[in-house]
Design a protein around this ligand. Structure first.
Ligand code: 0X9
Ligand code: ZN
Length: 300
């Protein structure tokens, strides 16, 4: 069983996912979203009370050191399966959920065993290791905030989708793409809710709806503990960066609502968020997701 007062390594998370699927066989199914350079599976859970519903995709751990994103996504899966709260039950029933806590398993394992601050995957290129998987998607690849230097932490790879992780995961996302209503990508840190695109402040097709829904969701997030998030376009709120997941999902899959959370916190701890903050973070994020779904229904 998983508690929310510590971080768990790759094997623990993967076996916990297996346990959940075994405990809730009618609604939870193990799904393989892709593969990794070192031969691992990108393992996730599909939570569904009946197929053919509109779908929500939840992704964490694309950056290895952002451990809180894995804990957050685990919590979401756990809530959808075990919560007694009426709104949470409704959210679980009304959508097919595709939940992938660790989309960079090679990197996550490496950050537990060898280097806590590892970010990229673990593919060797010359004498260096790793491609930044949030620069490798086929959307404005290498246009901004990315590097051609394999030693760099923002190395974009040898070409768009050069990495098996992004290539296989994007194929999986495409396979369910026509049912996807909402795509949530979890990163840390900085307390931001980001909208595409990473290279321009030009508004999206549905920018004002997306912004409105996002702001209301962050309003709900702040109620419990007063945590403040800033909502806005990537290029405006954080920095120019292209080849990221949500840009590709918006541009090529055409999912109406896509967001990237930069979770807690703001300056003191950075990627090393103390374990005492896992539960408060998870609770406030879950509040925001329920509000997001509620608002998305209103805006249609
Ligand atoms: O630089 C990134 O990839 C993200 N920040 S992080 O500290 N988690 O590395 C921001 C990504 C913005 N999103 C996209 N460009 N899609
Ligand atoms: Zn990140």
């Amino acid at each position: 069983n998983m508690t929310w007062d510590r971080y768990y390594d790759l094997d623990s998370v993967y076996s916990w996912i297996d346990d959940l699927a075994a405990l809730f066989p009618q609604v939870a199914t193990i799904v393989i979203g892709g593969r990794t350079h070192e031969g691992r599976e990108i393992k996730g859970l599909r939570i569904s009370h009946g197929s053919g519903r509109k779908a929500i995709f939840v992704e964490g751990g694309l950056h290895a050191r952002e451990w809180i994103s894995i804990a957050t996504v685990n919590f979401i899966a756990n809530e959808l399966l075990t919560s007694d709260d009426a709104e949470t039950r409704a959210a679980a029933r009304d959508f097919d959920w595709y939940i992938f806590p660790i989309t960079n398993p090679d990197g996550y394992d490496y950050s537990h065993r060898f280097n806590r601050m590892w970010r990229k995957n673990r593919r060797p290129i010359g004498q260096h290791f790793g491609v930044d998987l949030n620069r490798n998607w086929n959307s404005n690849w290498l246009v901004a905030g990315a590097s051609v230097n394999p030693a760099s932490d923002i190395f974009a790879g040898l070409g768009p989708f050069s990495e098996i992780e992004t290539r296989t995961l994007s194929t999986y996302i495409n396979s369910i793409g026509d049912r996807l209503e909402l795509y949530l990508s979890f990163h840390s840190f900085g307390q931001m809710l980001l909208l595409p695109f990473g290279n321009t402040t030009e508004p999206l097709d549905n920018y004002y709806d997306a912004l409105n829904i996002g702001r209301r969701a962050m309003g709900a997030l702040s109620v419990r503990f007063g945590t403040r998030y800033v909502t806005g376009n990537i290029a405006e709120v954080i920095y120019h960066a292209t080849g990221g997941t949500i840009d590709w999902v918006k541009e090529f899959v055409g999912v109406p609502l896509v967001y990237c959370y930069e979770l807690r916190e703001n300056n003191t701890y950075g990627f090393l968020l103390p374990a005492e903050q896992i539960l408060p973070n998870n609770l406030e994020v879950m509040d925001s997701i329920l509000e997001m779904i509620h608002q998305a229904r209103r805006f249609g």
